[in-house]
Design a protein around this ligand. Structure first.
Ligand SMILES: O=P(O)(O)OC[C@H]1O[C@H](O)[C@H](O)[C@@H](O)[C@@H]1O
Length: 277
């Protein structure tokens, strides 16, 4: 298994893994924007807990609720590094790379996926392009499952979703309208219908989350019931804000068509408390 890729542009540094074609870390002037669990191994071939996993061609267990692996075969597949420069890496996944992957038989279409990770002046842009290289139309879900590092999830607030409707997963996907900022004082798992840009207010800083080609945003924090590859209390170290097209906003591509889903994470404000540390 080849090593991690490192990127550098100005004050921004990042690392990425061929497993999942996945961005792992991105620091601006030494301030890490992404969470990466200390219990995860980015080269083992299993799902990586943290960074920006690429979920494709389905979200969760798919429209039927029965598909495996969770979030599709792309995140545990080995992607090919197509090109690399100091500030950008492009990964590619094609049918040959997933021929033996669990779940491939349930989604057998001809596709080409590229994931472009480009450093910006204040963070990183991740863009997933999926092309239909076959002769029949297909439908897929995709999600850039971004783990944003925070100093403490509990007082963190996410603005930009007020007035949007979300499906509340823990409550049988009940449609609910967001009133004001999203807080993280309790576990949450929501699928918002929204194309809006967002701002995450941590106690020491603010991150801006921009999206393109994305009709849904998933917001997730597991609270104390975090998966086993998150250390005890580790839920406080991240919130997931995930640009995607899932559920009834899945993408259908005709033969030869392509679609790009992108998210850009930028450090926009550092408060005195963090600037001094
Ligand atoms: O444990 P994973 O397969 O990585 O999934 C982690 C989480 O991803 C998304 O945010 C889903 O909305 C959650 O329901 C899921 O628990």
């Amino acid at each position: 298994m080849s090593a991690l890729t490192t990127l550098e542009r100005g004050f921004v540094r990042a690392t990425a893994s061929p497993v999942g074609g996945q961005l792992l870390t991105c620091a601006v002037d030494g301030r890490e924007l992404l969470y990466l669990s200390p219990l995860t191994d980015p080269l083992s071939g299993g799902a990586i807990r943290g960074g920006v996993p690429v979920c494709f061609p389905w979200f969760g267990n798919g429209p039927s609720g029965a598909l495996q692996p969770s979030h599709g075969f792309a995140r545990t597949s080995r992607w090919t590094r197509l090109s690399e420069s100091a500030g950008e890496v492009v990964w590619q996944l094609d049918p040959a790379a997933v021929a033996d992957s669990p779940g491939r038989a349930e989604w057998p279409f001809a596709f080409l996926a590229t994931c472009r990770q480009s450093l910006t002046e204040a963070g990183v842009r991740v863009a997933l392009t999926v092309r239909n290289t076959g002769e029949e139309a297909f439908t897929y879900e995709a999600l850039l499952h971004t783990y944003l590092r925070v100093s403490d999830a509990a007082p963190t607030r996410l603005s930009g979703l007020s007035g949007s409707t979300y499906l509340d997963k823990p409550n049988d996907f009940r449609p609910t309208v967001q009133d004001g900022d999203v807080g993280f004082t309790e576990p949450l798992d929501r699928i918002y219908s929204s194309e809006a840009a967002l701002v995450l207010h941590d106690s020491g800083r603010a991150l801006r989350i921009d999206k393109q080609g994305s009709a849904t945003t998933v917001v997730w924090n597991p609270g104390d019931h975090a998966p086993a590859d998150v250390p005890a209390g580790g839920w406080r170290d991240f919130v997931c804000v995930e640009a995607g097209n899932v559920g009834d906003r899945a993408i259908t591509l005709d033969a030869g068509a392509e679609h790009t889903l992108a998210t850009e994470i930028s450090l926009i404000e550092v408060l005195a408390t963090e600037a001094g540390r």
